[in-house]
Design a protein around this ligand. Structure first.
Ligand SMILES: [Cu+2]
Length: 412
């Protein structure tokens, strides 16, 4: 046997392949055994973090699929060359996949409703929130019905009417009645949904103010990455701001020349009385953030350089909600719904809905923004020291006395 023939000989080639495979495996086995004894652990952390690693895995998977595809092609071509019937009936494979997708899709809908459905927000805790929930539910019901119907028709037809040599396709190019139905019905449904949305939006944003039930103004300012809350004080009006007045001690740039600003109070959480309208005055110091109160169905962007306003009326107290949800730790929250930067996760604050009496007690304890530092800055009279020194450790009494003194001085 010549060398050339020896190399191209099938048996020799097969032996060579087997030898290579086993040689490698035994080499790996030896390494593994040696590794187990000495156990020098290789840290793969960096490898798993590298992009190249995943690119290579992706290419390997593509290569694997291509090899399988090519092998099937070779198998089919060789059957064809030998005059045998077709090995794989691709029509049947595709039709079965369509049928499988029909079942999986319907199960997916069921799974979404049962598993993710239970993760939905509890019922709205605000007046307008109920309208938004109704619209959401109506849209969900309509789209679910349409989805299930089209899903069954689409994949059912693809399965039932797969290619058959015994059947000829019926040529059916046009039907005016069908065209009319599938144009008019969706148009009507969408008109109803859009009109409902438009009217609901108007009822939320264009409220006629009831003079006997004026909304409580609360200003919320966003910045990277925190929220500042300002209450209006006794006058019920949140005073003016000007970004040019922003300093280290006056971080919100409040204009204390405006009398309405002088009694404005700062708060670390949002506390609101139940059943009373709240008018949120939103603005931003740096970028656009999105003010989001999911339980009240309130969401509006905070935009630098302008005010955005959202008015809503809470209908449930935090305590009621804790009982309803059976969760003693339940809290209303508001947070930023825009990925506004690296500290975005930090932009979250508690909201407490309480009774009117509880609100009054709480608001009386909040400090004013205006302090002695700011008084000096705005050339306002600094309050005189309290007549008699308060007992040691009772600084809050001193503070509130000072605040009262300041306010009296300011009112002069
Ligand atoms: Cu943000």
């Amino acid at each position: 046997m010549s060398l050339r023939k020896f190399i191209t000989n099938k048996t020799t080639a097969a032996l060579a392949v087997l030898l290579t495979v086993f040689a490698n495996t035994s080499a790996f086995a030896q390494e593994a055994a040696a590794g187990a004894a000495a156990a020098p652990k290789v840290d793969m952390g960096e490898v798993y973090k590298s992009v190249i690693f995943y690119v290579l895995i992706f290419l390997a998977v593509c290569l694997f699929i291509a090899i399988i595809g090519k092998s099937i092609k070779v198998y089919e071509l060789s059957r064809e060359a030998q005059g045998k019937p077709v090995g794989i009936n691709w029509n049947r494979v595709h039709a079965s996949l369509f049928a499988l997708f029909l079942v999986l899709g319907l199960y997916g809908v069921y799974w979404e409703y049962t598993v993710h459905g239970s993760m939905l927000l509890p019922d709205a805790a605000s007046e307008h929130g109920k309208k938004i929930d109704e619209m959401f539910n109506l849209t969900l019901i309509i789209t679910t019905i349409v989805f299930i119907a089209t899903h069954i028709l689409l994949f059912g037809f693809a399965y039932i009417y797969k290619y058959s040599a015994k059947r000829k396709a019926y040529y059916y190019p046009h039907n005016n009645t069908i065209e009319k139905i599938w144009t008019i019905v969706p148009a009507l449904v969408l008109t109803v949904l859009v009109l409902m949305g438009f009217l609901t939006w108007r009822s939320i944003f264009f409220k006629v103010e009831d003079p006997n039930n004026k909304p409580l103004q609360i200003e919320v300012t966003s910045e990277q990455f925190k929220w500042s809350i300002r209450y209006p004080g006794a006058d019920g009006i949140v005073g003016k701001k000007n970004y040019k007045l922003t300093t280290a001690s006056n971080t919100l740039g409040i204009d204390f020349k405006d009398l309405n600003s002088r009694d404005d109070e700062m708060a670390d959480e949002m506390v609101i009385p139940v059943g009373k309208p709240v008018k949120l005055i939103l603005n931003s110091k740096d970028v656009i953030h999105s003010f989001y109160m999911p339980h009240f169905r309130v969401q509006l962007n905070t935009v630098p350089g302008m005010q955005t306003i959202f008015e809503f009326t809470p209908t449930k107290t935090t305590r009621q909600m804790q009982e309803e949800t059976n969760d003693p730790n339940f809290k209303f929250l508001f947070f930023c719904a825009k990925i506004c930067g690296s500290g975005h996760y930090n932009m979250q604050k508690d909201v407490r809905v309480v009774s009117e009496a509880e609100y009054k007690t709480w608001i009386a304890e909040q400090k004013t923004y205006l302090n002695d530092d700011l008084r000096k800055q705005f050339n306002l009279p600094v309050a005189p020291a309290p007549a008699k020194p308060a007992a040691e450790g009772d600084s809050s009494a001193t503070d509130s006395a000072a605040v009262k003194g300041n306010q009296m001085a300011l009112n002069k």
